[in-house]
Design a protein around this ligand. Sequence first.
Ligand code: PGA
Length: 248
Amino acid sequence: MSRKKYMLGNWKMNHGLEEIDNFLSDLDSPSSFNCFWGIAPQAIHILRMIKAKKRSPNLKVGSQNCSENDFGAFTGELAVQTLVEAGVDFTLAGHSERRSLYSESDELINAKVIKAQSENLLPVFCLGETLEERDSGKMENVLEGQLLSGLKNVDSKNIVIAYEPVWAIGTGKTATPEQADEAHAFIRKVITEKLDWDANKISILYGGSVKPANVVELLGKENIDGALVGGASLTGASFSALCKAASN
Ligand code: PGA
């Protein structure tokens, strides 16, 4: 079964207008990228990236976060309806930095995923274990808990999952392709057996220190359908290399 390949950049709280212009002018032959490729910039630059679709119509633009609420008195939040109206294609939900730095719970993340789906915004649901959890043999329990709470009552037809072991994010320590593939296979097993989803149709991305030097090996694994990339998505040259690897 061949699933669509994804290459998504998460810029986190990086890049001003000048860096964005440099990124866009350094993209190498984007018209040849044959995958779902996109960037989630800081919220204030979402419209700038959407403008770039004029030159690169296949560029997808994402939000790093969204509110679980409808419009209203929620200072500092981003309404899903507004993101969709602006032309945003996907939103991250449950990134480990949101979970750990902003105390987002599984229940909140679940509400965000459901809200995004209700407006036809593609949620990229992130999950992953810490090093301590992995080392103490709790990885499977942690992943299963995150999946069952985060994906409760979620529609399997409009979602992407991103496995991002916390110990590999921004640390330069990548999971080996075997470790990542094994975790992805476990995720497929849980969503098949416990959620009754057709796991063959669900794209699961790997995230955590992905770069041009390791992407080919990671994407070569049966259960890895793409990557969610932080640091190595910041320059046009590096991100182009990643998108090319996902296009083969
Ligand atoms: P990294 O970040 O590629 O810099 O490790 C990945 C992520 O946080 O999505």
